[in-house]
Design a binder for this molecule. Structure first.
Ligand SMILES: *Cc1c(COP(=O)(O)O)cnc(C)c1O
Length: 404
């Protein structure tokens, strides 16, 4: 191939911002500045011998875009360098990434322990899908180290958790839980979506596999679905690679290209969103009609010590509970003119959702109570708008909520 790949060793020494602009660039013979979109399913060989060699793995290069594609591999390499992982595979969605990581690794007879507070679809995979294949799950309160320890069995092979968790922003101490897992030889898989790759590096705290829904902050502008699994070379070779190639959760090259370009601005976007979220969270705290505000960047976060230990910023997600339950939460949302009602998150546009009636409707009132999701809880994903405009909108919501 005549393509010119940015040297991974040099990129590893760059600062994060530089890695996100240049890391993994694979320049074609035309020398384009902006990354090319290789919208192709297949690749042609110069001879029958070359085709044979490529299938034998003796000739480096591409075969078929379900296995690998140059634009997708640019995204994988950029994220891999940035996260400091040995390997990365990009998937069509975040859930495809979660599913591939869990299902490629676990086998019938294995046991998985997971923190109860997690994204609804992750809970489906662990609670409903795993048992169908003979994998036994145990759900624990992720904040309680004693529960993790107590749940361990001789056949425990994996720990899975999300921190901060959706929507409560509960945290799991990555280093402490990873230590428990290491003692029994289990792998730790972290869904790092809420923290974003900017603010938390699970691998540095002992995790083995890091999963993103790239749909969220990596795209960051609400356009394409995508996901990634970051892991060791060993995990890739022993588990993920074949599963990935044969079951086909591959990312579209077009979506990979959108995300590659998004990575260039991710540090600037996340910094601005964190700054906005801090202003909005501080504004909400202590306002009449607001029972509590949970934001990882506030000193009153119930697990502030863990924020200090493993996060480098408060993030852009806020959870808050209104006095007056569902009715107050609905009045708040319906009065908004700028912040949009949507269950998505991590967008440049501020989005709000009422978890009890949307994302966490299916789990029912008992499970919601167990997770601390009250009927008056709202989850706000803070975007890139002007903070003053956001506060004016929040004020409209609060006035309507109190008017009930
Ligand atoms: C959105 C999300 C997912 C799933 O990602 P998709 O891209 O929608 O498949 C998984 N985990 C968390 C924490 C999420 O926010």
């Amino acid at each position: 191939m005549t393509a010119d790949r940015t040297d991974a060793d040099i990129a590893a020494g760059w600062a994060p911002e530089t890695q996100l602009v240049h890391g993994g660039t694979l320049r074609s013979q035309f020398g384009e500045t902006s990354e090319a979109i290789f919208l192709t399913q297949g690749f042609v060989y110069t001879s029958a011998e070359q085709a044979e060699a490529r299938f034998k793995g003796e000739d480096p290069g591409y075969q078929y875009s379900r296995f690998a594609n140059p634009t997708v591999s640019m995204l994988e390499e950029r994220l891999r360098i940035f996260e400091g992982a040995e390997a990365c595979r990009a998937t069509a969605t975040g859930m495809a990434a979660v599913n591939a990581a869990i299902m490629s690794y676990l086998r019938a007879g294995d046991h998985i322990i997971a923190a109860r507070a997690m994204f609804g679809s992750c809970r489906y995979i662990i609670e409903t899908l795993c048992p169908r294949f003979g994998i036994t799950p145990t759900l624990v309160d992720g904040r309680d180290l004693a529960e993790w320890r107590k749940a361990v069995r001789p056949n425990t092979k994996a720990f899975f958790f999300e921190t901060p968790a959706n929507p409560t922003l509960d945290l799991v101490d990555i280093a402490a839980v990873s230590k428990i897992a290491k003692e029994i030889g289990a792998l730790v898989m972290v869904d790092n979506v809420f923290a974003t790759p900017m603010l938390q590096r699970p691998l540095q705290h002992g995790a083995d596999v890091v999963i993103y829904s790239a749909t969220k902050h990596i795209d960051g502008q609400g356009r394409c679905l995508g996901g990634t699994v970051l892991c060791s070379d060993k995990f890739l070779v022993d588990h993920l690679q074949d599963y990935f190639r044969q079951t086909g959760p591959s990312l579209s090259p077009f979506n990979a290209w959108v995300m590659l370009k998004s990575l260039e601005t991710m540090p600037i976007r996340i910094a601005a969103q964190c700054a906005n979220a801090a202003v909005v969270a501080d504004h909400l705290a202590g306002k009449p009609g607001v029972l509590r505000v949970v934001y990882c960047g506030r000193k009153d976060h119930p697990q502030a010590a863990i924020v200090d230990k493993q996060m480098t910023g408060g993030g852009q997600m806020i959870a808050f509970e209104l006095d007056g339950g569902k009715d107050a939460a609905f009045r708040f949302q319906n009065a908004l003119r700028l912040i949009k009602i949507s269950n998505n998150l991590g967008d440049a546009k501020s989005l709000i959702t009422h978890p009890p009636t949307t994302t966490h409707q299916r789990i029912g009132p008992v499970a919601r109570a167990e997770l601390g999701i009250g009927d008056g809880m709202l989850r706000l994903s803070v975007g890139l708008e002007n903070a003053g405009d956001l506060i004016a909108d929040v004020e409209r919501g609060l006035a309507a909520a109190r008017a009930g």
